[in-house]
Design a protein around this ligand. Structure first.
Ligand SMILES: N[C@@H](CCC(=O)N[C@@H](CS)C(=O)NCC(=O)O)C(=O)O
Length: 284
């Protein structure tokens, strides 16, 4: 193991605001709002406050899939929350998600607005509301929920573990990179084995399990997050590759992944979405 600076934890942890790292300017050990800021509200039934990270893309793909199936009740206004600038700590956002993380959804279609936060909860809420992408037959429904919860429990090791130490930490440290690269590869192998016998994650049907897992593990398999494709040898997961390509080709996935994207190629960026025409204009 390479030489790592030894750290002796003090008896009681205290906040070192100068500890560096990519997110040092917004990370803090306390919850709640840091400033007053109302959120904008559009005319559509659903209001989404998000950013095109993997967790954000899950929801915009779901909404575009619902619209593709003709559910006009899934029309949405999407506003960008710039987490690097601390928008997630504005009072309006915290009212919708006390955990201060994107994505957050407000359903204004009923008599009282309903707030929904946590991407898995949002996918489940929308699947139930519109009766789509979540089978009703008990075994298939359980299998879909198994993999939805698998994603929610597993991706923090990929993002907060591997991605953080491989791409974002102020110095490269062998111990955490090895620890989380091993876990990430184990997770890719779990998916690869599941996809050896199944067209989609939970069986024959495209479900919210695919919609949750693809923006993390599909995009990882494309080598598009953390610049880690070669390091993790993502090409060797053949079944994951086949599934990744099939999902990437879906029109709703192409549309959903650009919403609230504020970096990358110009024609893949859309800061706000209020109607289908906003995405059509990009000519994807
Ligand atoms: N478990 C949450 C995770 C959400 C999350 O981590 N969001 C990140 C962006 S991908 C965020 O908003 N980070 C801002 C912060 O931590 O201050 C979910 O799936 O919705």
């Amino acid at each position: 193991m390479n030489d790592m600076p030894e750290f002796t934890p003090p008896k009681v942890w205290t906040w070192d605001q100068e500890n560096g790292g990519k997110f040092a300017s917004t990370n803090r050990p306390i919850a709640g709002a840091t400033h007053d800021k109302e959120l904008p509200v559009g005319d559509n039934p659903l209001q989404l406050y998000s950013l095109a990270t993997p967790n954000g893309v899950k929801v915009t793909v779901m909404l575009e899939e619902l619209l593709a199936k003709g559910h006009s009740g899934a029309e949405y206004d999407a506003y960008t929350i710039r987490i690097g600038d601390g928008d997630q700590f504005g009072s309006g956002f915290v009212d919708i998600n006390p955990n201060s993380k994107i994505p957050a959804l407000l359903d204004r279609s009923g008599p009282e607005p309903i707030r929904v936060f946590e991407s898995g909860s949002i996918l489940f809420y929308l699947a139930e509301k519109f009766g789509e992408f979540l089978p009703t037959e008990p075994a298939k429904r359980a299998e879909t929920m198994n993999w939805l919860f698998w994603q929610m429990g597993s991706a923090p090791y990929l993002g907060g573990g591997f991605g953080h130490f491989y791409a974002y930490a102020p110095l490269k440290m062998e111990y955490p990179i090895n620890r989380f690269a091993m876990e990430t590869k184990r997770q890719l192998d779990v998916l690869d084995r599941q996809l050896a016998d199944n067209r989609f994650i939970a069986g024959d049907d495209y479900t919210i399990a695919d919609i949750a897992i693809w923006p993390w593990y599909g995009v990882l398999a494309q080598g598009k997050i953390y610049d880690a494709g070669e390091f993790l040898d993502v090409q060797s997961y053949k079944n994951v590759q086949r599934w990744t390509d099939e999902i990437a080709a879906r029109p709703a996935v192409k549309r959903g992944r650009v919403v609230n994207r504020v970096a990358g190629p110009e024609n893949e960026q859309l800061e706000e979405r209020h109607s289908a025409a906003d995405i059509d204009k990009l000519g994807l």
